[in-house]
Design a protein around this ligand. Structure first.
Ligand code: CP
Length: 312
């Protein structure tokens, strides 16, 4: 792969899942593609799992790793033709060009503004790095997608499914802050591209995801209807796409034991970090059907599979 930004960059999702599971079985196995090479992880936003798992994955392939917290660095300009007499000190043309001389793979995390829908949904920041970098770019979450998380979620479902296709429900859940749609967009995109699950998305009215991500999925606005007979419940909050960035005030959408009782003894999934007793009750996340730690573990193997496939 020359880039990893979305499911469209992956020729065969099942083959990539198989590679991740092989790395999980043998972390320091036959793929030493990173020897005498460098990965740079560039973070414009916070991270625990993505940062640690991507570093670990790179090192297990033999890469050296530099992680750069860009929020503490020079302000980067993304618009062309700007008179840069404001807060930005360096243009992405130079930043991406310079970083490309220091590494063999450039991994970037940049969240959306949630105020400028057009810029966010054009994925301007990630696309600028792809355009001006001369090395392969891996998304560690962009304005619209979180592909490393979604590959992880495919791996986790593949490991735990009994029925094929399993009934998978992506449910909106409450949150006090305005969050991106990335994880939910990406989850829907990957589940549909993978084609091995029966996907239902459930969210309050006004919180439908962008149609480009959900075409082919069943969308309902009633949690009880969605949860009935489900094999996997994937909870996530997202702010409104329609009323862009608006927060939903629906505390009754928390995933709790009563709702899980409607399912086919479903597994509970969440990408983390998660706000307990807001998004999900303690009883559900602490139950033996919760897969949240297994998902976090699989982040390493997903990243290792992706980094192992990158070719400049
Ligand atoms: N799931 C996830 O991306 O976690 P971090 O934000 O901690 O990296």
């Amino acid at each position: 792969m020359k880039q990893f930004l979305s499911a469209a960059d992956v020729p065969d999702i099942n083959a990539l899942i198989a590679k991740a599971r092989a790395h999980k079985a043998k972390p320091f196995g036959s793929n030493h593609s990173g020897q005498q090479k460098m990965v740079i992880n560039l973070f414009f936003n916070s991270s625990l799992r993505t940062r640690m798992s991507t570093e670990k994955a790179a090192r297990q392939l033999g890469y050296d790793v530099i992680t750069y917290d860009a929020s503490g660095g020079w302000g980067i300009e993304f618009e062309d033709g700007t008179v840069m007499n404001g807060n930005t000190a360096e243009h992405v043309r130079e930043a991406a060009g310079v970083l490309s001389q220091y590494c063999d793979i450039l991994c970037v995390r940049s969240f959306p503004s949630l105020t400028d829908k057009d810029a966010d949904y054009e994925d301007r920041i990630m696309k600028a790095f792809v355009k001006y970098a001369s090395v392969p770019v891996v998304s560690m979450e962009s304005a619209t997608r979180h592909p490393l998380q979604s590959l992880t979620d495919c791996i986790t479902i593949a490991e735990h499914r009994k029925a094929v296709p399993p009934r998978v429900v992506l449910t909106w859940a409450p949150h006090p802050r305005r969050l991106p749609q990335c994880v939910a967009n990406s989850f829907a995109e990957w589940m549909l591209a993978w084609g091995e699950v029966d996907l239902t998305i459930c969210n309050p009215e006004g919180f439908d995801l962008a149609p480009e991500f959900t075409k082919g999925a069943k969308v309902v606005h009633n949690q009880a209807e969605a949860f009935a007979g489900a094999d996997f419940i994937y909870a996530k909050n997202w702010s409104s796409f329609e009323d862009y960035g608006a927060i939903g005030d629906f505390p009754g959408w928390q995933v709790d034991e009563a709702k899980m009782a409607l399912t086919n003894n479903a597994y509970f999934m969440h990408c983390l970090p998660v706000r307990r007793n807001v998004v999900v009750s303690d009883g559900v996340i602490d139950s033996d059907r919760s897969l949240v730690l297994q998902q976090a573990n699989n982040r390493t193997w997903a990243a290792q599979a992706v980094l192992g496939e990158m070719r400049g």
